[in-house]
Design a protein around this ligand. Structure first.
Ligand code: ADP
Ligand code: TRP
Length: 341
């Protein structure tokens, strides 16, 4: 029996942050541990999606490899037999399917994507790549018949569009694509219903993001432990002088408690038991700064042991295999739309 496919990708548009690590890297490592026996796992870097927002093209290639090294340093097993690791641009079928699907996606539905609206408002110029980004994402998913797509909540509309495109195509041409499960099932499947969202340290009503220029508010995985500790010590809090977990009234303090809980493998309640009601934010910051710098020391040590060569060899193997495998589905689609006999 063929196994269901779990597929997810993380963009390599910028260096990864502590937010990406806690909200995407660790859950992915966990998912591999939990599910590799019963599912096929696809983990890929959507490198063609990198420059829908501004990017340093001169570092992009190395950054893609480094992202995969980060996953390996966090415990993701590169040699796991059920896991395929690859780059989108190395498998041309992604782009071919994208070109075909573009003709079945509507301007109206793409214009309603909130991520397109948000990102185009922030940009001086808006590329058509940003506009059609969700169609390429749909191609990424449908090409491998993925049922499960672990994603952050900002990607909900993109998953729904993928489902709509798959159903639209299947209705017109007969069963071609596996339709991924709906959003709520996806959340429960990947345990993302608990919704980890690390906030910016300088502006804790906003999320920490690799795509926003906010050096004081962002801890990069490449920061030295000392730099990172300093950022925690100068994190924005509030003037209520009473520690509690409440993202509405105390976003800064709650963010610190959340970081502490994830880095020390405790629940927020367990962390809160030692801090609730205390007024000295400095002590809390000192504790969190130590956890962050201890984490970075250990992570950076592990990262230094994972060579780019090992990663490139794994990628080359899996990309070769998948280039072969994807021709079947692509051919079926090409036949459906009348491009092949
Ligand atoms: P960014 O805003 O950092 O560029 P992306 O939108 O590319 O992040 O998301 C990459 C992955 O990291 C997604 O799975 C997303 O849910 C996760 N992620 C991004 N920022 C955070 C954050 N602040 N806290 C938790 N998870 C995050
Ligand atoms: N759009 C996703 C993000 O910004 C990245 C992505 C591209 C992706 N293609 C995908 C994620 C396919 C999962 C599946 O985070």
């Amino acid at each position: 029996m063929t196994k269901e496919v779990i597929l997810t990708g993380i963009r390599s548009n910028a260096e990864l942050t502590l937010g990406n690590y806690l909200g995407a890297v660790l859950p992915m490592v966990q998912l591999q541990k939990e599910k590799h026996e019963s599912y096929d796992l696809h983990f890929f870097i959507p490198d063609l999606h990198s420059f829908t927002t501004p990017v340093d093209h001169s570092t992009l290639y190395a950054q893609t490899i480094d992202h995969i090294r980060t996953f390996a340093a966090a415990g993701f097993d590169l040699n796991n037999k059920s896991t395929k690791i690859y780059r989108q641009s190395f498998i041309p079928a992604h782009s071919e399917l994208f070109t075909i699907l573009n003709n079945f996606a509507y301007m109206g539905e793409l214009s309603r994507m909130t991520q397109f609206k948000d990102k185009s408002e922030q940009a001086d110029t808006v590329s058509s790549g940003l506009f059609t980004y969700p169609v390429l994402m749909a191609a990424d998913i449908l090409l491998y018949g993925a049922s499960w797509v672990p994603l952050g909540d900002d990607q909900k509309q993109h998953l729904e569009l993928t489902r709509d495109l798959a159903l639209r195509f299947n209705n017109k041409f007969g069963d071609t694509f596996v339709v991924p499960h709906e959003w709520n099932k996806q959340l429960a499947f990947s345990h993302r219903d608990s919704g980890v969202r690390i906030r910016s340290l300088s502006n804790p009503t906003k999320k920490m993001s690799k795509s926003v220029d906010d050096p004081r508010g962002t801890i990069l995985l490449s920061d030295t432990p000392e730099e990172a500790a300093k950022k925690i010590m100068s994190a924005t809090t509030d003037d209520l002088a009473e520690i509690d977990f409440d993202f509405e009234k105390r976003p800064g303090v709650s963010n610190l408690l959340q970081i502490e809980s994830l880095l020390t493998d405790q629940t927020v309640d367990q962390v809160l038991a030692s801090w609730k009601g205390k007024s000295n934010y400095g002590d809390l910051k000192t504790a969190v700064a130590k956890s962050v710098s201890d984490f970075l020391k250990s992570y950076q040590e592990k990262l230094s042991q994972i060579s780019s060569e090992i990663v490139e060899a794994k990628l080359a193997d899996d990309e070769e295999f998948l280039n072969d495998q994807t021709t079947n589905l692509l051919l079926q689609v090409q036949k459906s739309v009348g491009l092949r006999r």
